[in-house]
Design a protein around this ligand. Structure first.
Ligand SMILES: *Cc1c(COP(=O)(O)O)cnc(C)c1O
Length: 466
């Protein structure tokens, strides 16, 4: 059949050409085969080669295989091996193979689970995983979930739901009446709140300078004795997993106070909420079920592919109202329409990777995998402490280890050296006014051997810097 134009003919030909998709699979396969042995961070040459992408938009179409080849040749070497076993920067998960494979299949489906009518499979899996998460985290049965790009967005959604509900109780409809002249709400959070919480507060019109900051203890946990008195105008934001120390706020104690005061409690649990799914670690999250909304990532501790975050909220009406949209062409149904729980209308069906990862691991697999990350972190701390010149500054309660050398200058220098060596990758942070190197064990693939090898790299770097 001859078609309307040349580009359409070419694309039909591309679709029929098995070589194009096979190439993509083959390159991907090769990437995975080499992931544990390659340099964790791109070499200087690889970074230089990125300049090959600098060109104006091509005037005419090109060969699909050439497009892939360009990515393989100059893109692949400039990737950071976060999917490997010795990347300890930020809090970056790897990807469970079953989830990665499911994502590959779902790539071909290219579903948009905004509405049930647009993607029945997406809608079904969102319904199923919502139930799974609720049970796994022991949250109230009325809890609903929205599947978003990450915890940045999930924090935004949870705080937006709180804003809607508290103002509604005060007789103010935020959607119709807006923020100007609204009854004043209070934002209370710990001094170590994550930057994305602050971003959400700005985006939602509260203003960062209006935050009532609560002092934290030496592990970064909110000091409950320092809480200001809370009331029905307060949104309180707590943390499961301090981004530096991995510590958890005392939910039992704080949520009870907040509940009695009728405040809204949101928990930023990007990576830490998963402790609730680990029998030996769940004590860290005791009392979290008394909050109103929870933000958590799949792409960190659970090791789903990026981007995968979840907002959980026990107040369905609040979250749906906060994120509400309508239009004459919108077809809602008795079934789940995912867009009512997210800021976006169209989004990718990240639920497929999340479902596949959870289906594959099961409860015991999740428990074992995450406990393993904790054990590797403890191992890292134990081994690094034995080397004169390194100090561990936090209690390793979860997967984070904070390390420093004798002084800030040396710490910085050693960190740069470790990064240059590319045997592993760890980033820096500031902890109690000191520069630190931060280790986050967040990959299913990290073995005790990887830890020892990385500690050796730390030791070598220190020797070279002294
Ligand atoms: C990573 C992180 C976030 C942000 O999550 P994204 O998925 O990157 O948007 C928020 N809070 C904490 C504690 C985090 O570790």
């Amino acid at each position: 059949m001859k078609n309307t134009n040349e580009i359409q003919n070419r694309m039909f030909a591309d679709l029929e050409n098995p070589a194009i998709f096979e190439k993509a699979q083959q390159y991907g396969r090769k990437y995975l085969d080499e992931i544990f042995d390659r340099n964790v961070y791109p070499t200087e040459d690889a970074l230089q080669d990125l300049n090959n992408f600098d060109e104006p938009l091509p005037t005419s179409s090109s060969d699909a295989i050439n497009v892939l080849n360009l990515l393989q040749r100059f893109g692949s070497p400039a990737t950071v091996a976060t999917i490997g076993s010795r990347y300890f920067g930020f809090v970056s998960g790897s990807a469970v193979p079953a989830g990665l494979a499911a994502k590959t299949l779902a790539t071909y489906w290219d579903q948009a689970p905004a509405m049930h009518v647009l993607s029945p499979i997406g809608s079904k899996l969102e319904t199923v995983v919502e139930k799974w998460l609720k049970n796994l985290f022991n949250l109230p049965d009325r809890t609903v979930a929205g599947f978003v790009s990450g915890t940045s967005t999930a924090n935004f959604c949870g705080i937006a739901a709180g804003r809607y509900r508290l103002l509604q109780r005060l007789g103010w409809n935020i959607n119709d009446q807006g923020m100007f002249n609204a009854p004043k709400l209070r934002i209370v959070t710990g001094k170590h709140a994550h930057s994305t919480v602050l971003k959400a507060i700005s985006l939602l019109g509260f203003g960062k300078s209006n935050i009532e900051w609560v002092a934290v203890d030496d592990q970064g946990r909110i000091d409950p004795t320092q809480l200001p008195s809370l009331d029905e105008r307060t949104i309180l934001i707590l943390q499961a997993g301090n981004v530096n120390s991995g510590s958890f706020d005392d939910f039992n104690r704080i949520c009870k106070i907040a509940k009695d005061a009728k405040a809204w409690v949101h928990i930023d649990g990007a990576f830490g909420l998963w402790a609730a799914a680990v029998s030996k670690l769940k004590h860290l999250t005791n009392g979290m079920e008394f909050a109103n909304s929870w933000a958590v990532d799949g792409h960190k501790t659970l090791n789903t592919p990026y981007d995968c975050g979840v907002i959980l909220c026990e107040d369905q009406e609040a979250i749906k109202s906060a994120l509400h949209m309508s239009g004459s062409y919108i077809v809602t149904s008795e079934q789940r329409d995912g867009m009512f729980y997210t800021p976006e209308m169209s989004r990718r069906a990240r639920i497929i990777d999340l479902w596949a990862t959870m289906k594959y691991l099961g409860k015991t697999g999740i428990d074992e995998m995450i406990l393993g990350m904790h054990q590797r972190a403890v191992q890292f701390a134990t081994e690094i402490k034995k080397i004169t010149g390194f100090k561990v500054l936090n209690h390793v309660v979860f997967n984070q280890v904070i390390i420093c050398c004798e002084n800030d200058v040396l710490t910085e220098k050693v960190m740069r050296k470790i990064q240059e060596m590319r045997e592993c990758w760890a980033g820096g942070s500031v902890w109690q006014d000191h520069k630190v190197i931060r280790i986050s064990v967040c990959s299913w693939a990290t073995t005790p051997k990887d830890i020892s090898r990385s500690v050796q790299s730390f030791e070598k770097a220190l020797v070279e810097c002294q």
